[in-house]
Design a protein around this ligand. Structure first.
Ligand code: HEC
Ligand code: HEC
Length: 224
């Protein structure tokens, strides 16, 4: 009886493992530790429970909400070929990004992607932000607010324009979850206790934040 049960259980287990395209967050967590990723990245949150000193003690961005922030396909690819996101070194306004992020290969990249995508935040509502090149969002981003003074994006002539002190938002619509962009603007205390990016709560209404989030989420590769 016990054997039959074990066999039955393992069949169920195998079936579920293959049907979810071999998602393996537990293996990814092990790889994350073994490759030294945890030396530079927090995977426990939320940010408001850490002091500024705790934040600055890590050399890389927090990843405890990675599954709410990133698009899975982008993350899987970036881990194997980590091109710079921030023009400047993380938390620095003077040094260039050294472009030396560790790489993962093959199965490790897949399992770490599954692990990071399993780290989500309850502060990100889903299905609120539909990417759109809307004039209101564009006006906020390029004129009403200084967003473009700190963030690069693709200009109308397909050239890269904008400032360099914040992360590049070129093709942010491929990298970021649109709903996270809104949550990030609305809940700065949860997502960014180190105030390198200004707080727009009180300056922008929820409607304006939604419009600018929709605009940023529409930054996709231009059709040739
Ligand atoms: C020596 C410190 C260091 C180590 C080790 C490290 N990272 Fe990073 N990580 C960084 C920095 C700095 C950035 C910002 C890079 C940029 O903006 O281009 C970053 C960015 C990231 C991002 C994007 C985060 C964001 O919000 O933009 C992910 C995902 C990531 N790292 C995963 C990993 C994984 C997985 C490993 C282990 C294989 C790892 N990191 C190892 C320092 C590190
Ligand atoms: C004074 C410079 C500055 C201005 C102005 C600014 N930002 Fe930022 N922004 C930053 C910095 C710095 C970060 C992130 C810090 C980090 O994680 O390295 C950031 C992060 C972001 C992110 C997350 C990007 C990522 O990959 O983690 C988004 C989205 C964003 N800003 C959008 C906006 C929008 C929309 C506006 C205007 C309403 C704006 N920013 C105005 C500096 C700025």
């Amino acid at each position: 009886m016990k054997n039959i049960l074990t066999v039955a259980l393992s069949v169920v287990f195998l079936a579920s493992a293959t049907s979810s395209s071999s998602a393996d967050p537990a293996a990814g967590k092990t790889v994350f530790g073994a490759k030294g990723c945890a030396d530079c990245h927090y995977t426990d949150g939320p940010a408001k429970e850490k002091t500024i000193d705790d934040q600055l003690a890590k050399k890389g961005p927090e990843l405890w909400y990675a599954g709410s922030k990133f698009q899975k396909a982008w993350l899987a690819k970036w881990l194997t070929d980590p091109k710079p996101i921030r023009p400047q070194k993380f938390n620095s306004l003077t040094e260039e990004n050294p472009a030396d992020h560790p790489k993962l290969a093959g199965a490790d990249a897949g399992s770490v992607t599954d692990y990071l995508m399993s780290l989500t935040s309850a502060d990100v509502a889903s299905g609120k932000v539909k990417p759109k090149n809307n004039p209101k969002g564009r006006q906020i981003f390029t004129k009403k607010m200084p967003c473009s003074g700190c963030h690069q994006y693709t200009g109308r002539k397909k050239n890269i324009v904008g400032g360099r002190s914040g992360p590049s938002l070129v093709e942010a619509g491929v990298r970021l979850n649109p709903d996270w962009i809104l949550a990030y603007l609305q809940k700065p205390k949860v997502f960014k206790p180190v105030k390198m990016m200004p707080v727009f709560v009180g300056l922008l209404s929820d409607k304006d934040m939604t419009n600018v989030a929709r605009y940023v989420a529409n930054f996709k590769p231009k059709k040739k």
